[in-house]
Design a protein around this ligand. Structure first.
Ligand SMILES: C[S@@+](CC[C@H](N)C(=O)[O-])C[C@H]1O[C@@H](n2cnc3c(N)ncnc32)[C@H](O)[C@@H]1O
Length: 290
């Protein structure tokens, strides 16, 4: 009879020494999710014997995790900005780095009267949903092209009770802008106060040397063209005219891209361009005003 404590120790041992893995934390997550036992319950009743099905699922999850399969996909959910998000193959796992972008947008939008926000390349909806929850009076749109990401985006709006308007389409195709036209005045747009995006930004060269875990995530969420900057150029040019006076555009970028993104924005006519560091001190978000 294998007990929960033995399974926990086994998982912790198997995950030891793997890159970017915290064995105790991950073993704990797997115990809670698959064996349905919290750390406290395990401490109180270490000799609990899980049923055979749960034990086999647990061992299978440990094996997959040891092979580099993302913990978040095994669990099927992850937290971002304190809100729950369903994740799985087909959608990018929300990263803590992206919370920097949400915080930067929140601090600039919270005191504005009008808060019409579009999250471009929305994926799981991490940014759109978090902003809607943090700014309940805002009107938030989430634009995403991937059919695989769409069920996660829809579900994440639902479980968080976030009234986000989902638009399926290509952010680089001008036809998408029709979704923002004024029904009372054809040809005009109802302006946006903020356009925020964490677009794909990995260079073609870096795509060849991705960390094992990242290779399970959709290529479409990662590949940003030869220099990783394609989406910044397209979005800036195509979408800037939708911004209201003093409207802001805010991007997440790769660790070495902030200056290039700031330059792209400056060339497109943005001013007051700020670069914001994430918790690791990496220049992670670029924000400009039109
Ligand atoms: C880096 S992920 C960001 C996901 C999410 N916003 C986040 O921060 O976790 C980029 C997203 O852009 C989507 N995407 C890629 N090309 C697109 C396009 N042309 N139009 C709209 N979305 C696109 C991908 O499917 C993916 O969900």
């Amino acid at each position: 009879m294998v007990t929960v404590q033995e399974l926990y120790r086994f998982a912790k041992g198997e995950l030891q020494g793997l890159e970017n893995v915290s064995p105790a934390f991950e073993a704990e997550c797997l115990c809670e999710d698959i064996l349905h036992i919290s750390q406290t319950q395990r401490m109180i009743s270490p000799d609990t014997v899980p049923d055979e099905g749960d034990r086999e699922r647990f061992l299978d999850a440990v094996r997959r995790r040891k092979n580099g399969y993302p913990l978040q996909y095994i669990l099927g959910k992850w937290e971002f900005c304190g809100f729950p998000f369903m994740v799985g193959e087909g959608v990018l796992i929300p990263r803590p780095d992206t919370e920097t972008l949400v915080e930067a947008v929140y601090s600039r939008m919270k005191n504005r009267c009008s808060k019409r926000i579009a999250d471009l390349c929305a994926g799981s909806g991490a940014i759109a949903v978090s902003l809607k929850k943090l700014l309940p009076k805002s009107e938030v749109f989430a634009v995403e092209l991937s059919g695989d990401a769409m069920p996660y985006l829809t579900e994440n709006c639902r479980i968080n009770e976030a009234d986000v308007k989902i638009i399926r389409g290509d952010v680089c195709d001008g036809r998408i802008l029709q979704n923002f036209s004024d029904p009372d005045s054809p040809g005009d747009f109802i302006p946006l106060d903020c356009i925020v995006s964490n677009p794909p930004y990995i260079t073609d060269r870096d795509m060849k040397t991705l960390q094992k875990e990242v290779t399970y995530e959709p290529e479409m969420a990662l590949r940003g063209g030869t220099d990783g900057l394609s989406f910044y150029r397209m979005i800036t040019l195509l979408w800037k005219d939708l911004l209201s006076d003093n409207g802001i555009m805010a991007f997440e970028c790769g660790y070495d891209q902030a200056d290039s993104v700031a330059e792209i924005m400056s060339q497109a006519g943005f001013s007051n361009i700020d670069i914001v560091c994430d918790r690791a001190g990496i220049r992670r978000a670029v924000i400009g005003m039109i």
